[in-house]
Design a protein around this ligand. Structure first.
Ligand SMILES: Cc1cc2nc3c(=O)[nH]c(=O)nc-3n(C[C@H](O)[C@H](O)[C@H](O)COP(=O)(O)OP(=O)(O)OC[C@H]3O[C@@H](n4cnc5c(N)ncnc54)[C@H](O)[C@@H]3O)c2cc1C
Length: 284
């Protein structure tokens, strides 16, 4: 199938893009890397009257460190993240996660912001941004607003972005020397979306983990945190018994959703498998 006819605009400034969005209303679609949107256009799942190509907007580009914050522009590609020394140093969780996203050809085009804005519950970046307590910087008709990743992902493919808003960048606190992390996903083939995945972050002192953020993806409508398991582990020496208790609590607290090939029980089982492996890795 071919996409339905649409107008096309390529603004040179964020203000121009916002004005175009305001003018076109809900009929407009932004396009960044096009790695998700082009398929939905060709399948006519989306039929915008105008496509606003944001790839010329300098405000959305680049990776930088400002004070203790790592800023990742929405247009930064998966490949740029993979190759960035700043990412490797200040957000090593992202460096560990990026090879799991599709294949290099797709990573060359797909963007950080496009993945977050699309809000796929099986995608790596939404889960990582939640685990790293990221802040989304969003531009709209009334200026810029900031929202935490926790409040950004609302439901299946649904974020708090309004149709007249553009995700500009994300800020993440730079990793300190006590930060430990674990990223793993269980997929049928490399590059496939995960059957279940985990992004765990914590502060480590000896055998004690604190500020735990245990995030799972591809198990629910959004990436989800195992809040009770986190609270259980926080501040205590991590023993085999504590790991087993945390695994049981996480399996019980996350309301997993089945997909086409995997049942709720499978997802719950895999949440426990990933958490057990992750906690053992963090403490090793
Ligand atoms: C074969 C294949 C395999 C893939 N496998 C994976 C995978 O394993 N894991 C994974 O995470 N992803 C995967 N993807 C998706 C890929 O990572 C996409 O790049 C990503 O989902 C969307 O980024 P994009 O820049 O291409 O966005 P686009 O396709 O251009 O846009 C996606 C959506 O986000 C909106 N949008 C884009 N940028 C912004 C912005 N700055 N502000 C507001 N809205 C915006 C668009 O309007 C659109 O609705 C795969 C894609 C393909 C084709």
């Amino acid at each position: 199938m071919k996409a339905a006819a649409f107008d096309y605009a390529k603004p040179k400034a964020l203000s121009e893009a916002l004005a175009l969005l305001a003018e076109a209303g809900e009929d407009a679609r932004l396009i960044a890397g096009g790695q998700t949107l082009l398929a939905t256009l060709n399948l006519r799942l989306s039929e915008p009257s105008i496509l606003i190509d944001i790839t010329n907007l300098d405000e959305l580009k680049g990776i930088s460190v400002i004070g203790d914050q790592l800023r990742i522009g929405a247009l930064v590609t998966h490949t740029e993240i993979e190759d960035s020394k700043l990412i490797a140093q200040h957000a090593p969780l992202l460096k560990a996660a990026v090879p799991h996203i599709a294949h290099r050809a797709i990573r060359n085009l797909g963007t950080w912001g496009g993945s977050l804005a699309y809000g796929d519950p099986a995608a790596e970046w939404p889960a990582c941004s939640l685990a790293l307590n990221a802040t989304m910087l969003i531009a709209g008709p009334d200026g810029e607003r900031r929202i935490s990743a926790q409040d950004f992902f609302i439901d299946l493919y649904t974020t708090s972005l309004e149709p007249n808003e553009i995700l500009v960048a994300t800020e993440i606190s730079v990793a300190n020397t006590n930060q430990v992390f674990y990223f793993h996903e269980l997929a049928r083939r490399h590059g496939d979306y995960a059957v279940a995945g985990a992004a765990l972050v914590a502060q480590k002192q000896g055998t004690v983990l604190s500020e735990c953020a245990f995030t799972f993806f591809s198990v629910g409508a959004t990436p989800v945190m195992a809040l009770k398991a986190q609270a259980l582990v926080n501040g205590k020496p991590l023993t085999e018994e504590l790991i087993a208790s945390a695994v049981a609590v996480a399996r019980g607290e996350i309301e997993a959703i089945a997909d086409i090939t995997n049942s709720v029980e499978t997802k719950q089982h895999l949440i426990g498998v990933l958490l057990e492996r992750g906690l053992k890795h963090l403490i090793a």
